[in-house]
Design a binder for this molecule. Structure first.
Ligand SMILES: Nc1ncnc2c1ncn2[C@@H]1O[C@H](COP(=O)(O)OP(=O)(O)OP(=O)(O)O)[C@@H](O)[C@H]1O
Length: 261
């Protein structure tokens, strides 16, 4: 069964059409990266999957169930979603992470809930922050807490909007390694948006390149062609191989805007 199945989805804000007949599937074990220029509709697509925005027309299924038919708790158990900039109420880091268990908590927090939150805290090396106020953390530290909260939720589907944008190099690598490990270990899926193509290549096994509200290219690493990248980003690049891995290098001063291409 697919983790996420997006079928012929379109979406428009009152003044602008953003998504135009988008279809794709994410399977358990997939790390899917959604790529494309600023404003192309990546966050909008994640918000549609998370039912924050309602698609029209089109259908989205999570684990075989149509999201239209799920109640809020069911949806919260299935999807762990980290926004581009997460908001927290004024709690400790530990309580903010424990909040990920909310869709499961009936009357009181159980020892299992505490154990899951503690395990995630440790796996993200956040122990020393446990009793700090979350609103006193740096942007990157908060980003890690938001990711920790989503992992504590133990959902079938993880979705992150630019999970590495606030993080330094070490934390970027740590966070993508952790998400990949969780996806593999729990046989769930992660769908993320990213701007750094080389980080995307390290993270993903599947990629969607969006352009003008549509899917321009979808597939494995094979979508990373100079042609696709120049069409999607209006930038000329070369792709070199380093230690067996492709590396995308922009050609300086190569903006194609206004060129005949
Ligand atoms: N609430 C809104 N009302 C009207 N238009 C919106 C709204 N939110 C986003 N848009 C517009 O929809 C388009 C897609 O925005 P979206 O945030 O999905 O893009 P994105 O690909 O995630 O961009 P970025 O890479 O800059 O985060 C943009 O043109 C944006 O201006």
């Amino acid at each position: 069964m697919m983790s996420i199945s997006v079928n012929n989805v379109s979406f428009r804000y009152p003044t602008v059409k953003v998504l135009d007949d988008i279809s794709f599937a994410v399977e358990p074990g997939d790390c899917m990266v959604i790529l494309g220029k600023n404003g192309v509709g990546k966050s909008t697509l994640l918000k549609c999957i998370n039912r924050i925005l309602k698609v029209n027309p089109g259908d989205i299924e999570i684990g075989g169930s149509n999201i239209r038919e799920m109640d809020n708790n069911e949806l919260a158990q299935k999807i762990g979603y980290v926004l581009q900039s997460s908001q927290f109420s004024d709690t400790t880091v530990f309580d903010a992470i424990l909040l990920g268990r909310k869709p499961y908590i009936k009357w009181d927090v159980t020892s299992k809930d505490l154990e899951i939150a503690t395990d995630v805290l440790i796996s993200l090396s956040l122990q020393e922050y446990s009793m700090r106020r979350v609103n006193e953390l740096s942007g990157g530290e908060m980003q890690k807490v938001a990711i920790a909260r989503a992992l504590t939720q133990q959902p079938d589907v993880l979705m992150f909007d630019e999970p590495t944008s606030n993080l330094d190099l070490k934390n970027q690598l740590e966070v993508i390694r952790l998400i990949k490990d969780v996806v593999k270990e729990k046989h769930i899926s992660a769908t993320v948006t990213m701007h750094d193509l080389n980080l995307a290549l390290r993270f993903g096994n599947k990629f969607i390149m969006m352009k003008s509200g549509k899917i321009h290219a979808i597939g494995g690493m094979d979508v990373f062609t100079t042609d696709n990248i120049s069409k999607v980003y209006d930038v000329d690049v070369t792709i070199e191989t380093y230690n067996g891995h492709p590396v995308v290098i922009p050609l300086e001063g190569s903006s194609l805007e206004g060129s005949s291409l």
